[in-house]
Write a protein that binds this ligand. Structure first.
Ligand code: 13P
Length: 258
């Protein structure tokens, strides 16, 4: 079964509201000449405070070529959780996807596998789709524990989720040493790890879910790297950081995935 590729831009903690609107409008202008059916799924993930205005800009454009993601959410619906934003609330702001378990959230904000699993369940229960991130540190890679580490992250994230929901979900393999460093993971190696992840999904949720789930690569993706990455058997797209902050470079990556 052919999997529809996804090119997602994680804007991280960048862009004020006006800048976010400017960027998404510039991106939609870049994509204007391309037929929607030819495009991969294109997703952007602004900061929480920009979600609503970016949604409005997308709706005003009416082209339907870009989807919206939040970079995080909390798994409780509401309550005394100062500083958190629930899945229901990001849904209310108009998102389609929620990124969870990014290595920066795990590293700086103490996000655990258990929290990521609860978030994935809350996201799916609200008819949104999770983009579940995983990846190893340089130390883990050098110690030869990349595969076992990622397998345990994926098993924990997907624990107790139905095969149908797993099939709809998205995973992003982001080796931490490749994030923001300019050191892209070799595309054969990225494909090997992603195929390994697909095998883990198969053992957790069965073959149909493993065939359907989209697994992205992230870590210093650039316009120059995307075509080679997309030519690999198991890489279904990219989660892009730095290169998603400019409409022209992100649009080049989108075109490279067509
Ligand atoms: P860079 O593309 O800047 O390396 O960031 C990758 C990433 O962390 C996307 O989530």
């Amino acid at each position: 079964m052919a999997r529809k590729p996804i090119i997602a831009g994680n804007w991280k903690m960048h862009k004020f509201q006006a800048e976010s609107v400017e960027l998404v409008n510039a991106l939609m202008a870049e994509l204007k000449p391309i037929e929607k059916t030819e495009l991969p799924e294109v997703v952007v993930a602004p900061v929480f405070t920009s979600l609503h205005v970016v949604r409005k800009a997308m709706d005003d454009c009416g082209c339907g070529k870009v989807k919206l993601a939040a970079q995080n959410c909390y798994y409780e619906a509401q309550g005394a959780y100062t500083g958190e934003v629930s899945t229901e609330m990001v849904k209310d702001a108009g998102v389609d996807y929620v990124i969870i378990g990014h290595s920066e959230r795990r590293q700086y904000f103490g996000e655990t596998d258990e929290m990521i699993n609860k978030k994935a369940k809350a996201i799916l229960a609200n008819d949104l789709l999770p983009i579940i991130c995983c990846g190893e540190t340089l130390e883990q890679r050098e110690a030869g524990v990349t595969d076992s580490h990622i397998e345990s992250q994926i098993r924990a994230a997907l624990d107790g989720i139905s095969a149908d929901d797993v099939a709809k979900s998205v995973i992003a393999y982001e080796p931490i040493w490749a994030i923001g460093t300019g050191k892209t993971c070799d595309s054969d190696e990225a494909n090997r790890v992603i195929a390994m992840i697909r095998n883990v999904v198969k053992s957790v949720a069965g073959e149909a879910a493993a065939d359907a789930i989209r697994i992205l690569y992230g870590g210093s993706v650039k316009p120059e790297t995307i075509e080679e990455q997309m030519a690999k058997s198991d890489i279904d797209g990219a989660l892009v950081g730095g290169a998603s902050l400019k409409a022209d470079s992100f649009a080049k990556i989108v075109r490279g995935a067509m």
